[in-house]
Design a protein around this ligand. Structure first.
Ligand code: F6R
Length: 602
């Protein structure tokens, strides 16, 4: 989703901004732009639809600029186009602005203040910059005052960076709900949507809170609240390894990230185990969870699917009743809660707006919360009572793979730590079992060529597909279907195997691919029966079964692992099926159409 960078220093701002925007590409975008100011205080605006590579082609290189702002846009108000791309300028060209978020009252603001101005885009963002110019002129106020006044009128979410061409040694910034960080360096300062965008320049970042306003010069960062209180907040060190951002010899990040999963599992085991090789987590988290009567897992997309496998673990290992909810539904349609709920937010990015709006409500109700995230210092981590990190390393591919398995792994560690504290763990040793899973994942990954053949045989040219499974396999097929549809654009549904015959079987035609996952011996026979039913109607079935439950006709056999951990292995061939289908269809695997990585609007 939209990404912001801003730089003020002594180096070439154009290349720093472009590098930053490239680092933000993974968030998903459809157009981009930069605004830079040269030594003679002339502003230069460049905007282009499409990729950063297209933007680079139109940027003039003959001026040296040391201040500027840049943006990747993921369209919300107005189609992807040059006119709607950011930065946007006021009619008098004095002010230039980039924005991430959604202004809910932009129509009202336009009618109230800007009816005389002819707008040059369809965006809500342009209203903000025109409004700054309006207040600066009408009230003869300073830029800062006009910026502040404009912000006080906005309803919705925003991260903003502003340049006044008459004060080219300052960048103004502000945020509400949308993420924004300040990057601090030797004789330069920066703003960015996430630390990755500026990690090449600095690893020192200051978090900003909602409602804060920032004035950046080359040497100083001033943060203040709306009422003028100055905030002194120390920077933190972002621990991002630049090598993790490197593709190496991989053609796509999705392929790299699928391959990284065994290593991620081992990292998690190491991070959360004690000297006895048992999982031991922060005592306060365990106490708070022990004290609760129900866990509510709140998440979106792939993280939501991981939540279902998490429910299976929390209920079976820790014996805590657990519900799983979509953030976008839960916040506005909250079920009746138990007396002592405990909330677990699952979010790779830690910035998902749908999840954050739930956390804000939960905090207002004083319920305890824990965020499982891959990004230390992210909004959902800061605002929850507790955080457990996924230790998965940056996930760049829009389609989430290693974050899914990392979330389930951390939930397994958490479930066992609670069980041990409650004296019900017996001789279970999940750290050991997860080590077996990591090895199992490696053996699946060594069969990529076979899976690539299956992808071309079953999915390369099909219009639609079904995944079916029961119990925990049903949880996995929901994720398998999401993965396939988002990167290959094959319309895919993940179905409870027994449910197909209650309606959806009407969609089975000659050669419709139906992929069954079978890892549970209790339901294996039933699911096989469902495979027979679809085969009898012409389906092209593909069975992924666990060792010990396999039949000769099955197309893929999974290594046997602990029954509660089967999602961690059964999901891997489905990730690879999605990857190879996308690849063979000629899609941009890492940046599927219409999708964004960090979804910072509701
Ligand atoms: C799918 C995918 C999305 C995310 C969802 C939540 O591959 O990546 O469905 O899982 O947008 O994102 P996070 O986990 O960052 O809250």
């Amino acid at each position: 989703m939209c990404g912001i960078v801003g730089y003020i220093g002594n180096q070439d701002a154009k290349s720093i901004l472009l590098q930053g925007l490239e680092k933000l590409e993974y968030r998903g975008y459809d157009s981009s732009g930069i605004f830079v100011v040269d030594e003679n205080k002339n502003g230069h605006l460049f905007k282009e639809k499409g990729r950063i590579a297209d933007l680079k082609k139109i940027i003039e290189t003959d001026t040296f600029c040391t201040v500027g702002i840049g943006h990747t846009r993921w369209a919300t108000h107005g189609r992807p186009s040059v006119k709607n791309a950011h930065p946007h300028q006021a009619a008098n060209h004095q002010f230039t602005l980039v924005h991430n978020g959604v202004i809910e009252n932009f129509l009202e603001l336009r009618e109230t203040y800007l009816s005389d101005i002819s707008l040059s885009s369809d965006t809500d963002t342009e209203i903000i910059v025109q409004l700054i110019a309006y207040f600066a002129e009408k009230e003869q106020s300073s830029t800062f005052e006009a910026f502040k006044k404009t912000i006080s009128k906005l309803k919705g979410s925003y991260a903003l960076a502003l340049i006044d061409i008459n004060q080219p040694d300052i960048i103004y910034a502000a945020k509400n709900k949308s993420p924004l960080l300040v990057g601090k360096g030797e004789s330069f300062n920066a703003v960015c949507s996430d630390a990755m965008a500026m990690i090449q320049e600095t690893n020192q970042f200051v978090e900003l809170m909602d409602g804060e306003l920032v004035t950046l010069t080359r040497d100083e960062v001033k943060i203040e609240t709306q009422d003028g209180t100055i905030i002194n907040r120390a920077p933190y060190t972002a621990e991002i390894n630049l090598n993790d951002l490197d593709l190496g010899t991989y053609p796509y990040y999705m392929a790299k990230e699928i391959d990284e999963q065994p290593a991620v599992l081992r990292k998690i085991i190491q991070a959360y185990q004690n000297d006895l090789g048992q999982f031991q987590l922060d005592k306060d988290i365990i106490t708070s969870l022990k004290d609760s009567d129900r866990v509510y897992i709140i998440a979106c997309g792939t993280s939501y699917n991981a939540g279902w496998a998490g429910k299976h673990l929390l209920e079976n290992l820790a014996h805590i009743p657990t519900e799983v909810h979509l953030s976008s539904e839960f916040g506005h349609n909250m079920p009746i809660l138990t007396k002592k709920p405990f909330f677990i937010f699952l979010s790779q990015s830690g910035e998902t707006a749908d999840s954050r709006q739930v956390l804000v409500k939960i905090n207002a109700m004083n319920f305890p919360s824990l965020t499982l995230t891959n990004v230390a210092g992210s909004t959902l981590s800061r605002e929850a009572d507790f955080t457990l990190l996924l230790h998965a390393g940056p996930e760049i591919s829009v389609a989430s793979t290693k974050a899914y398995t990392a979330q389930i792994t951390v939930l397994a560690a958490l479930s066992e730590a609670i069980a041990r504290e409650n004296g019900i763990a017996g001789d279970s040793n999940m750290a050991h079992e997860l080590g077996i899973v990591a090895t199992g994942m490696e053996s699946i990954l060594s069969e990529k060529t076979h899976i690539e053949h299956l992808a071309t045989e079953y999915l390369r040219t099909s219009r639609n597909a079904f995944y079916i499974g029961r119990g925990v396999d049903y949880y996995v097929v929901m994720e398998a279907a999401l993965k396939l549809k988002e990167v290959s654009y094959v319309q895919t549904e993940g179905f409870a195997a027994g449910e197909l015959k209650h309606g959806t079987i009407a969609l089975i035609e000659e050669n419709t691919p139906v992929i069954a996952i079978i890892t549970d011996k209790v339901t294996a026979g039933h699911t096989r029966g469902n495979v027979q039913e679809v085969n009898a109607r012409g389906a092209h079935s593909l069975v992924i079964a666990m060792e010990g439950l396999e039949q000769e006709s099955d197309q893929f056999v999974l290594p046997e692992v602990h029954p509660l951990l089967t999602p961690l292995v059964s999901v891997v061939p489905t990730q690879l099926l999605a990857y190879y289908t996308s690849l063979h269809r000629g899609n941009d695997v890492d940046k599927p159409r219409n999708l964004a990585k960090s979804v910072t609007v509701e």
